[in-house]
Design a binder for this molecule. Structure first.
Ligand code: 0WK
Ligand code: BGC
Ligand code: BGC
Length: 936
């Protein structure tokens, strides 16, 4: 029989509280005792089965498997790193639940140096039973009273009190300071707490107490506090093991193995909550009738079965139940029991530990048994010692099997053949029970001989460890506060957006009247959206977005066929001379014509030129100023159609008939209008941003005629260049503007469009890094490099399908070393910047829609918006946020956003087709070309 440390038993005298002579010991008492204590003997095989079953349950829970529900919980604790000892400061620690019905308050000073440590000040408070079984409010008010009593007794100048809450019960944490109690254990059963955030409950109680302003910044399980509090020269403890009233362990798991965590780097501490471990096959055979009885009469029958075989709250009770059993069978105390022996919980952990003391155990046994109203014989005391030994040995063996499972898990997750690990231990069973620790070590060595395990007893019950976690939490909370303060100006509320909408409406009205306004409201000479009768082949150019494209657009009955070629505009050309730029454009056209076999053909050409142009006609556009990084000389103030024609002329042997110049917003509106005639607004949110819409001709000063409509290019990128957006502009916007090639210009664009959002984010990241909030304050070269943080990163980082880990990957490719907290903050910065951009864009569209509704005196307006632009198309949330803002600001407008599939090149071709059709009709009627296109 491969039993371990079997307890031998010798025959003894009768007890005395019965008739003097007491009842003779039954003949089979030896066997009866052996049978009774044999139940507590666990074989190596059984321990290995428990080890294997617990390991399996741990891995199921880590993977987030729910069916069958693993019996251990594997709860993330949001403690990502073992202490690096640099934590500093004074911290309050409130311990609740680690050592039964008592509460402890500590004042811990972290010096940040291993050499110099300050002894914590602490005070223990007994928790009355009516509180442990009362309401949650009672319990937390009791805790708050103890805190203030402690602070009254330990006055401090430091008003900024940070508290770590050492709460030793199973909690579902979603952050260091967000922790939902899953279920009470260990004799606690306060109502109204399970399912609640215990950090919030404590904060509210401290508020109700109202004596001290204490900031609860972290909730820590006692196993974590114990692990974090231990220091072992070079190697930190990576397992925390508690055996006190309850039992549990935590350890540093590879973060990528914790399904509940969106993390793939580094390690994260997991609280196993092995107290709830149960597996009928592995644990069933080890359960004794006494365990069944104890569980049945416990506060939580069926729960915490494993804990009830190990935890100090139960060891005494198990011993008591065995003693009652043996007494009832006349084996002990001459069969004479006592009310105390028959009453639940009368034998405490301390009693068992004292009885087990090799030196004084027997004496203690006598004292304790007499204290229980029994009159023990010497043999009875010995017998009781055997019973204690049997119960505690089994507890240590089971605890060892569980720890062996954790060590096997560590070996496995670290792919290490030989594991060297330090285990921090805490709890009175460890501290007080003479043999528990030794038995545990022996059995661990037996079960996982390849693991080199060192056990480090916790010096202060984890107080320092909790303070360390609190220090980290306080640092993160402070960082979060700085982050929220930094991003607050980016959170625009409805009132602010309504102001932007109103200001845009005024600027539109002033621009249409030709008065000073940051919105130029440029007439485009496009009077109608396509009616489907357009036909023919057209060339189109699309300049001003991310790509320069030359397109061949074949417009036939009910179909538009597009062939296009993307060409790059090198920065040196975009910022070179105008002649260079337009010669480059003509080179591309010639290359395209050759490639498409169109050489020598003079197809009508529509030129999408996405820059602010004062149009004098459909084919005349005076460039007002460059935007979006273009700055070719000798163009501003010039008719760009003329510049193009000049370039064509310079290139001899090329015939091109430039018919129309359109803005990309107009091209996009026309392109989408071809399929949806209600499309009367064009919107671009790409490198730049802008909008156009069909305005009532009567409202357009400087253009003759009152009938009909004309498409107005708002050039809203310049909105606010008169300072009207000053109240929204942040220091980061100012930095981006100052660093741009057109400072003071395009302020609205610089808050919205793709060319600038990445830069705004980079400046915010630099600011947060300089405050030490990000990247450990390391300002890397790359972060100081202009335009290194592309706006497309925002779209990637904010995509829901991207786990935090991928966010890290993007940032690490930028040469940044970062923690997952850093990655989370970068994500929030991106979200704040893109949200503001989308909201401002939405406020603009709402202003246009409301203008059209007013123009037409309609109660309800239904209009479609043709949209294009990389940012709008690729960003995961931008379009939804724009639409949501429009609904809030223009509730009487039903605005449908149509993403343009073919870009504005098609639109330019359609405008050209309309112009050509009107010209032919006019010719047929004997009118000039221009009068044709712009009838009046
Ligand atoms: C595609 C359109 C083009 C426009 C561009 C804007 O065809 O006219 O300029 O979208 O988006 P971006 O390329 O700047 O992201
Ligand atoms: C609790 C654990 C705790 C352990 C030791 C158990 O009852 O569920 O959270 O760590 O006791 O105190
Ligand atoms: C230009 C507009 C253009 C917009 C979108 C702005 O910078 O001024 O003309 O429509 O970008 O490309």
């Amino acid at each position: 029989m491969d039993t371990i440390g079997s307890v031998g038993l010798q025959p003894r005298e009768r007890a005395s509280n019965c008739p003097q002579e007491g009842m003779p010991r039954p003949p089979d008492s030896l066997e009866l005792v052996q049978k009774c204590l044999q139940q507590f003997q666990v074989t190596k095989t059984q321990l290995q089965q428990i080890q294997a079953s617990l390991l399996c349950s741990m891995e199921q829970a880590l993977k987030g498997h729910h069916s069958p529900a693993p019996s251990v919980r594997m709860l993330p604790t949001y403690v990502g790193s073992t202490p690096h000892g640099t934590e500093q400061g004074d911290f309050l620690v409130l311990e609740l639940g680690a050592t039964g019905a008592s509460l402890r308050v500590l004042w811990v000073t972290l010096t940040g140096t291993k050499e110099h440590s300050v002894e914590p000040k602490s005070q223990e408070f007994e928790i009355p039973q009516e509180v442990t079984l009362g309401t949650g409010q009672q319990l937390f008010d009791f805790a708050a009273r103890c805190l203030s009593e402690f602070l009254d007794a330990h006055p401090t100048e430091n008003q900024d009190l940070k508290l770590g809450f050492n709460f030793s019960f199973p909690c579902h944490q979603t952050g260091l300071d967000r922790s939902i109690l899953i279920s009470w254990t260990k004799g606690f059963r306060c109502s109204g707490v399970e399912g609640q955030d215990v950090v919030q409950l404590l904060r509210e109680a401290i508020q109700r107490q109202g004596t001290y302003n204490i900031d609860v910044v972290a909730m820590v399980n006692d196993t974590v506090g114990t692990m974090m509090g231990c220091e072992l020269g070079t190697r930190p403890c990576e397992v925390g093991l508690i055996v006190d009233t309850g039992t549990n362990a935590c350890y540093m798991e590879e973060a990528r193995h914790v399904a509940a965590l969106d993390e793939d780097r580094g390690r994260s501490c997991v609280s196993i909550e092995w107290g709830s471990f149960y597996d009928a096959k592995a644990l069933g055979p080890v359960l004794t009738t006494f365990d069944q009885a104890l569980d049945h009469d416990s506060l939580t029958p069926g729960a915490q079965r494993f804990e009830k075989m190990i935890g100090g709250l139960y060891l005494g009770e198990l011993v008591r139940l065995v003693l009652v059993h043996l007494t009832q069978h006349g084996v002990l105390f001459g069969g004479c029991s006592s009310p105390a022996l028959l009453s639940q919980g009368s034998i405490l952990l301390e009693h068992v530990a004292e009885i087990e003391d090799p030196a004084t155990g027997t004496a203690h046994a006598h004292t304790i048994l007499q204290h229980l109203g029994l009159s023990p014989q010497a043999s009875d005391a010995e017998m009781v010692k055997h019973v204690c030994a049997a119960v505690c040995t089994r507890a240590a063996q089971l605890c060892a099997a569980a720890l062996a499972a954790v060590l096997s898990r560590l070996q496995h997750s670290r792919e290490q053949q030989t594991l060297h690990v330090a285990v921090a231990t805490g709890g009175r069973v460890f501290e007080r029970h003479p043999r528990f620790h030794r038995t545990l070590k022996e059995v661990v060595t037996l079960l996982v001989p390849e693991c080199d395990v060192s056990f480090i007893p916790s010096v202060d019950g984890g107080g320092r460890g909790v303070a360390m976690v609190t220090a980290v939490a306080a640092r993160l909370a402070a960082h979060r506060h700085v982050l929220e303060e930094t991003l607050a100006p980016f959170q625009l509320d409805l009132e602010q957006l309504t102001v932007v909408q109103a200001q845009m409406r005024e600027a539109m009205a002033r621009g249409l009247r030709g008065e000073a306004s940051s919105l130029r409201m440029l007439p485009t000479y496009v009077r109608a959206t396509p009616d489907g009768s357009e036909r023919g082949d057209f060339l189109a150019l699309d300049l001003g977005g991310t790509n320069f494209r030359v397109l061949l657009v074949r417009v036939a009955e009910g179909s538009v066929q597009i062939t296009n070629q993307v060409y790059s505009i090198p920065e040196c050309v975009a910022q070179g001379s105008g002649q260079q730029l337009f010669d480059h454009i003509v080179d591309c056209i010639v290359h395209f014509q050759q490639k498409q076999g169109l050489s020598g053909q003079s197809l009508p050409l529509g030129f999408t030129f996405s820059f602010p142009c004062k149009q004098l006609g459909l084919d005349q556009g005076i460039l007002l100023n460059w935007t979006k990084g273009f700055n070719a000389s000798g163009c501003e103030g010039q008719d760009v159609v003329y510049l193009l024609r000049e370039a064509i002329r310079r290139r001899q042997a090329v015939e091109l008939n430039v018919v129309a110049i359109v803005n990309d917003t107009v091209g996009t509106m026309m392109s989408c209008g071809y399929d949806d005639p209600r499309c009367e607004i064009g919107l671009i949110v790409g490198t730049g941003t802008n909008a156009c819409y069909m305005e009532e001709l009567r409202n357009v000063a400087g253009v003759a005629g009152d009938e009909g409509h004309m498409c107005i290019n708002m050039e809203w990128g310049a909105f606010g260049d008169d300072g009207s957006l000053g109240m929204l502009s942040t220091c980061f916007d100012a930095s981006v503007d100052q660093a741009s090639i057109n400072p003071g210009k395009q302020r609205f664009e610089k808050m919205i469009s793709g060319m600038y959002l990445g830069e705004i984010v980079r400046h915010i990241l630099l600011h947060l890094t300089s405050l030490g909030v990000l990247f450990r304050g390391q300002k890397t070269q790359c972060l100081q490099t202009r335009d290194i943080f592309k706006t497309k990163f925002l779209s990637e980082i904010e995509s829901d399908s991207l786990a935090l880990r991928q966010v890290r990957a993007i940032l690490e490719d930028l040469g940044l070393t970062l923690t997952s907290d850093d990655a989370l903050m970068v994500l929030e910065v991106c979200q704040a910047v893109s949200r503001r951009a989308a909201q401002l864009c939405g406020a603009g569209v709402a202003a246009v829609a409301e203008k059209m509704r007013d123009n037409r005196g309609l109660r309800e307006l239904s209009v479609s918006v043709g949209v294009d632009g990389t940012l709008y198309k690729l960003h995961p949330h931008f379009s939804r946020l724009v639409s949501a803002t429009v609904q809030k600001l223009a509730p009487h407008c039903t605005v449908t956003f149509l993403q343009s599939e073919d870009g504005s090149g098609k639109g330019a071709a359609l405008v050209t087709a309309v112009a050509c059709r009107l010209a032919q009709t006019a010719m047929a009627d004997g009118l000039s070309k221009n009068d044709a296109i712009t009838p009046d």
